[in-house]
Design a binder for this molecule. Structure first.
Ligand SMILES: N[C@@H](CCC(=O)N[C@@H](CS)C(=O)NCC(=O)O)C(=O)O
Length: 224
């Protein structure tokens, strides 16, 4: 029996943070597919009253019903529980949190909407919106790249929740972004390879259901 359920869908980089963490720590978990695109499930009154009042995925549910949302909260909970990717001591905890907030707000907080409006929003917004977001993305990724020129991981020599949070979105295909993050930011590229080499790493489209669109399949098989 799985210890955790994760409400998610394959295209969600926010959900992928939590799915990747669960996989990397070897947790027993199973995905629950959220029909985000066609069904608008996260906007329904039922989802908001019974699953997450914020209308977002990921949502991590422990068998028995206890729920957690916000990927940073989920990552920190799982790190504490497993002892894996856990920042050690108050200074590291604050440092990890600092980067996770920066990620949520300014790195993937801009990359996520950019990728969404480029691939799925109807009608497609004006070019000015893309230009604004892209300038913010370039500036934020340059900050992360500079940090990673000095150390192999965000907090130093070992990966922590800050690395899982910041890296997850960046594994989606470059064609979905329309720019090549690895080419533009070489230290980020080398860091993505280091995280990808960790045991149990898996691509978002292999780890969460809903790719291709509108299916409850995971790797071509129905969800159990
Ligand atoms: N800060 C949140 C962001 C969650 C989030 O925005 N998830 C997207 C899916 S990738 C969502 O559910 N969006 C619904 C909406 O904005 O209406 C986290 O890290 O969990």
């Amino acid at each position: 029996m799985s210890e955790y359920q994760l409400y998610c869908f394959a295209q969600s980089g926010n959900a992928y943070r939590a799915a990747l963490m669960l996989n990397l720590i070897g947790a027993k978990w199973r995905p629950v597919w959220v029909d985000f695109f066609a069904g608008g499930e996260s906007r329904t009154p039922t989802f908001r009253s019974e699953i997450n009042e914020m209308g977002e995925v990921p949502v991590r549910v422990v068998d028995g019903g206890k729920r957690l949302t916000q990927s940073a909260v989920i990552l920190n909970y799982l790190a504490k529980k497993s002892g894996v990717f856990e920042p050690k001591g108050e200074d590291e905890e604050m440092e990890a949190l600092r980067w996770m907030i920066f990620d949520n707000q300014k790195v993937n907080g801009f990359i996520g909407p950019y990728r969404f409006i480029r691939n799925w929003a109807k009608p497609t917004p004006d070019q000015a919106v893309f230009n604004f977001l892209k300038a913010r993305i370039d500036g934020s990724l340059a900050i992360v790249n500079k940090r990673l020129e000095k150390e192999p991981f965000i907090l130093g020599n070992r990966p922590t929740v800050a690395d899982i949070s910041l890296s997850a979105y960046l594994y989606y295909p470059a064609e979905e972004f329309g720019f090549d993050i690895r080419k533009d930011h070489p230290a980020i590229s080398a860091w993505l390879d280091r995280i990808k080499a960790l045991p149990n790493w898996a691509h978002p489209y292999d780890l969460m259901p809903g790719y291709p669109f509108g299916t409850q399949l995971l790797n071509g098989k129905p969800l159990s």
